[in-house]
Design a protein around this ligand. Structure first.
Ligand code: BV8
Ligand code: ZN
Length: 253
């Protein structure tokens, strides 16, 4: 596969690299993105609605069932060649991942520096006293549309997924880390995001304003395409291994 020459040159020179990822990064692992509807049971629901505090207040059993289903999906898939390439690159370069994804595929591929802007689907906590909840949920054999959330052992509050819902602010630490990393980067790769959800979608512009080269990897145009220095219309699992090979081939061992 032909890798854009300008990208290889920038990547070889880059001392600090940040990879911003969205749902498209995990698509080739078999996880649905937010734009292309879930298949089967959940296609009747808008992901953006279910991923909101309003939906939780309205019907916690519906929202809980959806998250337990997604939690199980993440457990059933593997990191793809794109996740693996980023992990390989991170062993030889100062590289950090800043992700909107709540799955743990970057970590399972071996990338150590991962900032989760929107939380993690494998972290659960009490919606009342915020205490972490260690037990991992299990889905009944038959797919269900509604499943009662467990109760907190301390205050009997409802246990919720450790993700950031629409209308909720991002964890301070994660946001401050993300802004610092993109502001110090030489190269920021924006992989598999439609660039619609804020404040995450504002990070590429912050990076550019601080002098980073911004390169988009996405088969489709997005709300970020105009401000990117270069857009490579390719998929994550095809483009990233080719790029990392090209970067390392050019380097003296
Ligand atoms: C907040 C966790 C303070 C849960 C998620 C400014 C302007 C307008 C609106 C707002 C604004 N500021 C705040 C808002 C409101 C809102 C927002 O942005 N709304 C949007 C929809 C307009 N933001 C918030 O509520 C945020 N909180 O701002 O708090 C506040 C509060 C109220 C009012 C003001 C301020 C919290 C947002 C976080 C919500 N939680 N996830 C869960 O996952 O269940 S967001 C969730 O959706 C994901 O984490 C991700 O961020 C987003 C999905 O976007 P993508 O990842 O980009 O995925 P998408 O499906 O859209 O696109 C996939 C892309 O991949 C496509 O481009 C496709 O072409 C590409 N692709 C497909 N296959 C591949 C591929 N690319 C490469 N390879 C492939 N193989
Ligand atoms: Zn509690």
């Amino acid at each position: 596969m032909e890798v854009p020459r300008a990208l290889v040159q920038v990547a070889q020179r880059a001392r600090r690299v940040v990879v911003l990822t969205g749902a498209g990064m995990s698509a080739e692992s078999g996880l649905s993105t937010f734009r292309d509807p879930e298949n089967g049971l959940w296609q009747r629901f808008s992901a953006q609605h279910l991923a909101s505090a309003a939906a939780w207040d309205e019907d916690p059993a519906l929202v809980w069932a959806w998250y337990v289903w997604r939690f199980e999906c993440v457990g059933e898939v593997q990191p793809n060649a794109g996740h693996d390439a980023i992990a390989r690159w991170s062993e030889r370069t100062d590289l950090a991942v800043v992700t909107q994804n709540v799955d743990n595929l970057h970590e399972r591929a071996g990338t150590r520096s991962v900032v989760h802007l929107h939380g993690s689907i494998s972290a659960f906590r009490c919606s009342a006293c915020e205490r972490p909840h260690a037990e991992t949920p299990v889905l009944p054999d038959e797919p269900v549309e509604r499943l009662a959330p467990p109760r907190c052992a301390t205050c009997a509050g409802l246990i919720r997924p450790g993700v950031v819902w629409f209308g909720e602010t991002l964890p301070d630490r994660a946001w401050v880390d993300a802004v610092a990393k993109v502001s110090e980067a030489d190269l920021v790769l924006v992989v598999g995001t439609s660039g619609i959800v804020y404040p995450a979608a504002g990070l590429p512009a912050i990076a550019r304003s601080e002098g980073a080269v911004v390169v988009e990897i996405n088969p489709q145009t997005t709300d970020i395409s105009d401000m990117a220095d270069l857009s490579w219309r390719e998929t994550a699992a095809r483009a990233l291994p080719a790029l990392v090979d090209a970067v390392h081939d050019g380097e003296c061992p």
